[in-house]
Design a protein around this ligand. Structure first.
Ligand code: GDP
Ligand code: MN
Length: 424
């Protein structure tokens, strides 16, 4: 969940961590490399060929199939998890014969893969991609490049980010040698222009066939990005092979959640095994939930209010344990679902509920809170409820008279004060 916002941050597209977290959360569905490559291929983007497998036997069959199709004698076994940096963590290994394919598949399948993007607990590998080796020797050295496409919100258009420093940690490149990163903004009314693609291929120092291939590659890539309503493409590395072909070795594709209704086949690519169980449970209840590391759970309606609430929690000396937006229609069910999810987090020492009664009336939310509280029963952490807006007074009264350990507050600063007292 936490990794890709850093791309936005370090490339200077978004400066604020919470906002980037929020944007990533709201506009992304993550898929595996093998799925991303299938999509890219269908738009004419050349990719490192591969076959996905879940057992060592299937991996061996995949290698034989690849050998028949591409002639490759070496294979790369690539762990499929929703996180990058797999190579560094030992999740990408080169097999130089069929025995090694079996051996390395056994090793990688089922491993708890820790990469710089997974957190210390790592992620269990359920699938591997058996891919052709594309770093074979030839007339020139293979060379790696970096390409990504994303939305630049400040400029209101997509931006292609390119660097000659492919295969590296792009955040480090952006930090240490920002001159090695070029950005090409795409005017949405005319799309990617030939001069822009040529500019990037030229900046890569390409010539001849490789230059032409890179231009073609960029057009196909951009077409794919627009067609599937992606929110992020990151191809790191893009490879120029020793015989001057350009292809995607890796592919990170995030899809815009809000567009999935019109891409049924893409929505089906979701892999729940890769997602945080609490986040899956939340999304099943229609809640927008992101787990964070703090100790104050918060339940809020509206993303803007959620961010303001997280600020208030920080100002009062706490750290938000989560981002939770119950959406416009807060009722007893959503409040209960939210409670249950927050309470499963052992770090939570207090819960702040901050709901603005616009469409939903505060008295109804208050009843929902009381009902959910009674249903769950034994809640040990203090709960501070701030209801503001339509029928706020009635809401506070219902909470006050409920006999439950709920502290009502109407002003945000009172709520913050109550949180502080609760934490003391
Ligand atoms: P990531 O570590 O999760 O970003 O995974 P990548 O797919 O980007 O692969 C990481 C690295 O593995 C690449 O930068 C290459 O150095 C190496 N690699 C990937 N494919 C091949 C291949 O076909 N042959 C060889 N020799 N190395 C490869
Ligand atoms: Mn990569």
């Amino acid at each position: 969940m936490f990794y890709s916002y850093t791309i936005y941050l370090f490339l200077g597209i978004i400066q604020n961590r919470i906002i980037s977290l929020f944007i990533i959360y709201h506009f992304k569905m993550n898929i595996h490399e093998y799925q991303a490559k299938d999509i890219l291929k269908s738009y004419g983007v050349r990719v490192q060929e591969g076959v996905v497998a879940t057992t060592p036997q299937a991996a061996l069959d995949a290698a034989r199939q690849l050998n028949a199709e591409t002639g490759t004698k070496w294979f790369v076994i690539k762990a499929q998890i929703h996180a990058g940096g797999r190579g560094k963590g030992g999740g990408i290994k080169l097999a130089k014969n069929y025995e090694q394919v079996t051996e390395l598949s056994k090793q990688i399948l089922g491993m708890q893969l820790v990469t710089p993007q997974t957190g210390p607990e790592g992620k269990k590998v359920h699938k591997i991609l058996v891919a052709e080796d594309v770093y074979y020797p030839g007339e020139s050295e293979p060379k790696e490049y970096y390409l990504s496409i994303m939305l630049d919100r400040a400029k209101g258009c997509n931006v292609i980010i390119a660097s000659t420093e492919g295969g590296m940690d792009i955040e480090a490149v952006a930090h240490d040698t920002p001159e090695k990163i070029i950005k090409e903004w795409i005017d949405p009314s005319v799309g990617l222009q030939p001069f822009q693609a040529r500019k990037i291929a030229f900046a890569f120092g390409l010539e001849g066939n490789a230059f032409k291939e890179m231009v073609k590659f960029l057009f196909a890539l951009y077409k794919a990005y627009e067609s599937i309503d992606a929110s992020l493409f990151e191809i790191n590395p893009v490879l120029k092979t020793s015989d001057n072909k350009i292809l995607a070795v890796d592919a990170k594709v995030n899809l815009d959640d809000n567009s999935l209704f019109r891409h049924k086949e893409l929505a089906d690519m979701r892999d729940l095994a890769e997602e945080d169980p609490l986040e899956v449970e939340a999304s099943a209840s229609g809640l927008n939930y992101v787990k964070l590391d703090g100790n104050v759970g918060c339940m809020v309606n509206g993303a803007g209010l959620a961010m303001a609430t997280m600020d208030i929690i920080k100002l009062s000396g706490g750290e938000p344990a989560n981002f939770l937006d119950v959406g416009g229609g807060a009722n007893a069910q959503t409040v209960e679902a939210g409670f249950r999810i927050i309470l499963q987090d052992p770090n939570v020492k207090a819960i702040l509920i901050n709901i603005f009664g616009g469409i939903v009336r505060c008295d109804r939310v208050a009843n929902g809170v009381v009902e959910a509280y009674k249903k769950i029963g034994d809640i040990k952490v203090p709960i501070i409820v701030r209801l503001q807006g339509t029928n706020a007074e009635e809401g506070a009264k219902i909470l006050g008279e409920s006999g439950l350990k709920i502290t009502p507050a109407i002003l945000l600063k009172d709520a913050a004060q109550r949180v502080k007292e609760a934490m003391a």
